[in-house]
Design a protein around this ligand. Structure first.
Ligand SMILES: C[S@@+](CC[C@H](N)C(=O)[O-])C[C@H]1O[C@@H](n2cnc3c(N)ncnc32)[C@H](O)[C@@H]1O
Length: 198
């Protein structure tokens, strides 16, 4: 069965284009079936972008989908270097197209979490993610565990989730891995959690 986190979606893509405004930036997104949140930006994603704390120059959008987090964060923080990665080939093609049409320079890589060789020795100052709940808790836990290995000291890990539908366990995992986890914002059942790499 095909999911938004399939590596190679095979269904004929049903294309969709939408425009969104985030913190005074107009962004046009070309999305399609087989990618997360086809019709419009996800509520949790927007909450994460609008409340994200950016620390340092190297920023990673982990599980970038069609690229909305990385594109918006780069527009809001033009001096950063943004890297965007996803396991889904269709999502990676959409991210490349969307970066081009929104004039965003980024490093875009297909990668199963950090498996891409270009990421082996690469560390970040901030890692931001709306994790793939539908892929299961094990994958979401791996997002947290692997991110801690690719963060510089003093770096930030930020994740959005519905608190009572799995988010609480992700926050606990962040405490286990980083030794700390706070909350940047909570709204409509969603929370943005943040951990500091010590
Ligand atoms: C909830 S979606 C968020 C997409 C996008 N960041 C957004 O907020 O609209 C999670 C993303 O994680 C990606 N993903 C799932 N498993 C992955 C893995 N093992 N490695 C990299 N990305 C993965 C999915 O393909 C999907 O695009």
């Amino acid at each position: 069965m095909e999911h938004y986190f399939s590596e190679k979606p095979t269904s004929t893509p049903k294309k969709h284009r939408f425009k969104t405004r985030i913190r005074n930036h107009d962004i046009i997104i070309d999305s399609s079936s087989g990618i997360f949140s086809v019709k419009e930006i996800d509520f949790g994603t927007r909450l994460l972008i609008e409340n994200a704390k950016i620390n340092g120059k190297e920023v990673l959008d982990l599980g970038c989908g069609y690229g909305i987090i990385g594109i918006a964060i780069k527009k809001m923080n033009p001096d950063i270097n943004i890297t965007m990665i996803d396991i889904n080939e269709r999502a990676i093609s959409a991210t490349k197209k969307n970066c081009e049409s929104n004039n965003v320079e980024a490093t875009i890589l297909k990668s199963d979490i950090f498996s891409n060789p270009q990421l082996r020795n690469k560390n970040f100052d901030t890692i931001i993610t709306n994790p793939p709940f539908s892929a299961g808790k094990k994958v979401c836990f791996k997002f947290i565990e692997e991110s801690s290995k690719h963060l510089n000291k003093g770096g930030l890990f930020e994740l959005v989730a519905p608190h009572n539908k799995g988010g609480e366990s992700l926050k606990k995992k962040m405490i286990e891995i980083f030794g700390n986890a706070g909350e940047l914002v909570k709204k409509a059942g969603f929370r943005v959690y943040i951990s500091l790499k010590k």
